[in-house]
Structures are given as structure tokens and as C-alpha cells.
Design a protein. Structure first.
Length: 269
């Protein structure tokens, strides 16, 4: 782990997660908060279009994945990072640093949005909450399912063992994010990204039912990684090799001769 910290590529990847997460949250939540400017009146009326918001989330993820995928793998979601960790694609240290960077990026973006939309009445900053008639158990189940399909998509489209993926991995993942929002946004606001939920909760100072938007996505991401890695497309790596990756990172991720080039995690074979 000590050798990993000393690499410039490690810190570039962490910074990339922070910057990409900031931009992603600003664009996606900003689309949910948006203003409507009626012709002939000065009143500001907040509106939300579920299709517009879902597409904004999906396209923002796809764009950021294309921008920083070659630097950090563009996880942009603690649940995805956990899935990659359980799949032994990154080290524990890198996973922790990614999650911290993602949460900080979400907080910064939510704080900026608070200033930009300060005149918006009842501004929740995209805070996730349970819809009327939805209990915590149902909300948890929804978050597990939508995150499961996202992490499964990430692992399948970025698996370097595959040679049949010819399309765009970032676009496929973006569509998966959009699909999750189209399904869950009316029930929970779709909290499939714990860091995005955390940023809004911190700035809005409202943590009601917030545990659901951590436990649900993390369980969904973990389940997707374990099922993909051990049932759907098992890896042949020995346990000792998997442990080495979790403690020291991928061997090919950092050149042993000192080259700091980062491994391209988001690009399919």
C-alpha cells in the first residue's frame, strides 16, 4: 500500500474522481432543480421532468466516464467502487480514497448548486426521500435492485477478459444509470449513488432515511460483483493473487520501472 501512495498515477486517479464527481452532481442534480421561466411573468416555478432528469444523470455519467475513464476508471459511485474492490480490480486503499473523493466532490457540487439556486423556494438540493406510501423496506429493495443492474453493467462492459464488446462502455453505463432513474425516481428519488445522496444530505442538513441510500446501493453493488465474479463469469485467479490486488493494486496498473501511466479500467478489450 505504501508503494501505491507514492505513485503519481494513484493521486491523479483520486483527483479525477473528485473533479468528475463534482461536475456530474452539478449537472445531474441541477437538471432536477431547474427553473421554468413562463413568458410574460417574472415568477420562477420549479418543475421536474423525470425523463429529462434521468437522461441528465445518464448522459453526465457517460460523458465523465469518457473524460476520466483512462485516468481513474471513472467509478463515480461508492457502490461501483465496492463492486470493483470485491472483484479484485483495485486495492482497498484506492477504494477508500475513491469513496472519500466522490463524497467530497458531491458536497462541493451541492454547495455550488445551493448558491446558484438560492432563489428557488423549497430547495431540497435533490435530496433523496421516500415517496408517500413507500416504507423503508420497500425503498431499500428498490435501491438494491437498481444498483445491482448498474454494477453488473459496469463489470460486464469493462471486463478485460471479454473480446466481444465492440460498443461504448461509457454509453452503456450511462444508459444503465438513466434506466435506474426512470424506474426508481418516483419512489425514492433514485439514490443508487451514495455519494450523490450524501452531498445533498450534508448541504441540506437532512439525513432522514439517509441510511437507505447507503445500505441499499452498497448491498446491490456487492451482490452484483459476487454473482458476476463467482457465478456468471468466474475468474480463475488464485486467492493469493486476489489478495495481492486488494493490498497492492493491479500489477499492470503501475509500471515497476517507475512509469506512472494508469491502467485504462473503463475501456473494454
Amino acid at each position: 500500500m505504501v508503494s501505491e501512495i507514492k505513485k503519481k498515477a494513484f493521486w491523479r486517479a483520486v483527483v479525477a474522481e473528485f473533479l468528475a464527481m463534482t461536475i456530474f452532481v452539478f449537472i445531474s442534480i441541477g437538471s432536477a432543480l431547474g427553473f421554468q421561466f413562463p413568458i410574460g411573468t417574472n415568477k420562477l416555478t420549479p418543475v421536474q421532468d423525470n425523463v429529462k432528469v434521468s437522461l441528465a444523470f445518464g448522459l453526465a455519467i457517460a460523458t465523465m466516464a469518457q473524460c476520466v475513464g483512462h485516468v481513474s476508471g471513472a467509478h463515480l459511485n461508492p457502490a461501483v467502487t465496492l463492486g470493483c474492490l470485491l472483484s479484485c480490480q483495485i486495492s482497498i486503499l484506492k477504494a477508500v480514497m475513491y469513496m472519500i473523493a466522490q463524497c467530497l466532490g458531491a458536497i462541493v457540487a451541492a454547495a455550488i448548486l445551493q448558491g446558484v439556486t438560492s432563489s428557488l423556494e423549497a430547495n431540497s438540493l435533490g435530496l433523496n426521500s421516500l415517496a408517500a406510501g413507500i416504507n423503508s423496506g420497500q425503498g431499500l429493495g428498490i435501491e438494491i435492485i437498481v444498483t445491482f443492474q448498474l454494477v453488473l453493467c459496469v463489470l460486464a462492459t469493462t471486463d478485460r477478459r471479454r473480446n466481444d464488446v465492440t460498443g461504448s462502455a461509457p454509453l452503456a453505463i450511462g444508459l444503465s444509470v438513466a434506466l435506474g432513474h426512470l424506474i426508481a425516481i418516483d419512489y425514492t428519488g433514485c439514490g443508487m449513488n451514495p455519494a450523490r445522496s450524501f452531498g445533498s444530505a450534508v448541504v441540506a442538513r437532512n439525513f432522514t432515511h439517509h441510511w437507505i441510500f447507503w445500505v441499499g446501493p452498497m448491498l446491490g453493488g456487492a451482490a452484483a460483483a459476487l454473482i458476476y465474479d463467482f457465478i456468471l463469469f468466474p475468474r480463475t485467479s488464485e486467492l493469493t493473487d486476489r489478495v495481492k490486488v486488494c493490498t497492492n493494486g493491479q500489477v499492470e496498473e503501475y509500471d515497476l520501472d517507475g512509469d506512472d501511466s494508469a491502467r485504462v479500467e473503463m475501456k473494454p478489450k
